[in-house]
Unconditional design. Structure first.
Length: 645
């Protein structure tokens, strides 16, 4: 039976009493750990001495108090996450970063214990009250789900949290255990609103549960006082509240629907539209004219109002431009602002706001830069301006991908330097582990961009050749070698043939031969003529098979027959004839038949080839035609389950 921390400490105390100093010492040693599986047990033991634990609290508070440099690094890391700088594996790794986990767990345990043993005032008056308030509110809210909190603690919590981001916890508690003493304060909070959305919606939650008839009065007061902006925000807040799932501290959707009916008619569609702010996949329902006119006439200083007007830009019209600009310029580094900015730039594209789109190219969020780049770049003729080409240096992978799409669609020699830089891009979709190969999608796409150009300077082709030799991405190497065959002319084609046939890394040799085969239509006739029977008889199987197929595709009938006769006399390599027979049987059937005659009489492999092949051949079928490695290589090309060129 597995014991929890408290049970284990109790059992150990029974066996060996007086271990509290040991717990304190051990706990002090793990404060700086990320995650420590023993933290709850050690905390349980150490908290038997609350006075002694105060030193732990000091150290944990220091651990969780970040310097300006740490805050800046954290903001940069968040921005990198939002902008797709890292691949999914790295993001998953970083999202599991447990820095501060142990320190936070110790403070949570301390707060829970102190609330019970010494009372909430010890937390409110603590020297680290500003750090402990989060856990105090959490502990109070959790306890309120099981029992009624004391009026004194609720009052103390209100005094400590009012006007802060933690105030929502007080309204959550009062939602569960209403106290008429807070009627006026609740009314004022809902009337005035708050910067923090969680505070506003928690207060509204509480109000529609216990004082729903107060809602129309508040709306009337706001309209009468000329605060239409808060009235509209309140309607949106109600939509957000109604979109959330119900739980013990949140209202049922039925209560939210009942409250919605209490709003003045023009505000009701606005509340319904506000639900979509929490449900991005929900269909957009245009506002009816009275609600659209109301929303249009409302000042847009509050982010929720701006965001709703942006979503409803088709109903509202050109006045949305100001909301778009404010949203983009006032954004903070957060997921919520990233989403809002993405909606803003989408609206800017739809409205054709050229200046906003130009400015969007320099925005901190990739979600803004990419649509801006597409909108600005797609109508332009090639070559693209240098300002757009500079985006090849953007840290966010989606920006570089978007630029590459433009470069592929608009080929121009002036783009070569940019494409060459991107060809060296080592953003990988995953981290290489063990013997796995890398995968560089940006670099591969850049090679496609180069391949659509009419010609590439010789010095750049040399750089690409060096890149292909050194890269750890086999797919990138293949793409570069094929580009060299296509654009490098006879000199580079000959180099690749020599590389395939010379000693060296097997993967590079196979890639060179594969490029020659895949781009065989681009080979100079003289290069095809350099593939002779000696090369086919002595090179590694992965090279020999590809060169044999190249001969079958490009060589003359006379040369194919000549090479095949010589190979037929080589017991260890005559299996290669099957490739020549297979590759010529549709385009040159007479030649294919003459090659069959060079094989042993009535050999079963010939009948198998004539059948399609429709079945998978095994080693025994061709074992008398060559070495096992060569036979296996040939079967990998001929078996129907294998991919063919």
């Amino acid at each position: 039976m597995k014991l929890n921390g408290a049970e284990l400490v109790t059992d150990l105390d029974r066996i060996a009493p007086g271990l509290t100093p040991v717990y304190l010492e051990a706990t002090a040693g793990i404060i700086h750990h990320g995650f420590d599986p023993a933290v709850k047990t050690l905390a349980e033991g150490a908290l038997q001495d609350l006075a002694g634990f105060e030193a732990i609290v000091d150290a944990a508070a220091a651990e969780l108090t970040w310097t300006e440099e740490q805050l800046s690094e954290s903001a940069s890391e968040r921005l990198a996450f939002l902008n797709g700088v890292y691949n999914d594996e790295y993001e998953e790794h970083m999202s599991s970063d447990e820095t501060g986990h142990t320190a936070g767990t110790l403070l949570r345990a301390y707060v829970d214990k102190v609330r019970v043993i010494k009372g909430w005032r010890s937390l409110a008056q603590h020297r680290h009250a500003g750090i402990l308030i989060d856990n105090w509110m959490r502990s109070l809210t959790a306890a309120a789900r099981e029992e009624i909190p004391t009026p004194d603690e609720v009052a103390g919590a209100y005094d400590a949290a009012s006007g802060t981001e933690y105030e929502h916890a007080v309204w959550d508690v009062l939602k569960l255990h209403w106290d008429e003493a807070y009627f006026e304060r609740l009314k004022v909070r809902v009337l005035q609103g708050a910067i923090d959305e969680e505070v506003r919606t928690a207060a509204l939650d509480c109000l529609i549960t216990h004082c729903p008839k107060l809602l129309p009065q508040i709306m009337d007061d706001l309209v009468a006082s000329g605060d239409q902006e808060r009235a509209v925000e309140l309607a949106i807040d109600l939509g957000i509240v109604g979109s959330r799932s119900s739980n013990k501290t949140r209202p049922s959707k039925a209560k939210a629907r009942q409250a919605l009916a209490l709003l003045p008619p023009p505000y009701q569609p606005i509340a319904v539209a506000g639900q979509r702010l929490q449900q991005a996949d929900a269909p957009l329902i245009p506002l009816p004219p009275p609600a659209a006119e109301l929303l249009t006439a409302t000042p847009g200083n509050r982010p929720l109002i701006r965001r709703l007007r942006i979503q409803q830009h088709e109903s509202i019209g050109s006045t949305t431009a100001v909301d778009i600009e404010k949203t983009l310029t006032e954004a903070d580094i957060s997921w919520k602002d990233d989403q809002a900015c993405a909606e803003a730039i989408k609206a800017a594209v739809a409205m054709g706001l050229a200046e906003v789109l130009e400015n969007g190219l320099d925005h901190m969020f990739t979600s803004v830069v990419v649509p801006s780049l597409k909108a600005v770049g797609e109508p332009l003729p090639a070559p693209l301006p240098q300002g757009l080409l500079e985006l090849s240096k953007a840290k966010g992978k989606p920006v570089r991908e978007a630029l590459l799409s433009l470069l592929v669609a608009k080929p121009h020699p002036d783009h070569i330097p940019t494409l060459m830089n991107l060809a060296h891009d080592e953003w990988s979709s995953s981290y290489r582990s063990h013997d796995e190969a890398d995968h560089y999608p940006i670099a591969r796409q850049a090679i496609i961009g180069l391949s659509v150009l009419g010609s590439i300077p010789a010095e750049e082709l040399e750089r690409l050749d060096a890149l292909a030799i050194g890269t750890t991405d086999p797919g990138l190497r293949d793409a570069i070698f094929e580009l060299l065959v296509k654009r490098g002319g006879s000199p580079l084609q000959e180099r690749l043939l020599d590389r395939a046939c010379s000693p060296g890394r097997a993967a590079v040799r196979r890639a060179a031969a594969h490029a020659i085969l895949n781009r065989s239509e681009d080979l100079d006739t003289a290069i095809v003529g350099k593939i002779d029977s000696e090369s086919l008889a002595t090179r590694i199987p992965g090279v020999a098979s590809r060169l044999m197929l190249t001969v079958g595709l490009r060589a003359t009938d006379e040369d194919i027959v000549s090479i095949s006769r010589l190979l037929a006399a080589r017991p260890k390599r005559r299996v290669l004839l099957l490739l020549a027979i297979w590759i010529t049987r549709e385009t040159r059937p007479e030649l294919s038949k003459s090659l069959e005659a060079l094989m042993p009489l009535h050999h079963p492999a010939i009948a198998w080839l004539r059948s399609g092949p429709s079945t998978e051949g095994n080693d025994g079928l061709v074992s008398d035609l060559g070495d096992a490695a060569v036979c296996s290589e040939v079967l990998s090309w001929l078996n129907p389950a294998q991919a063919k060129v």
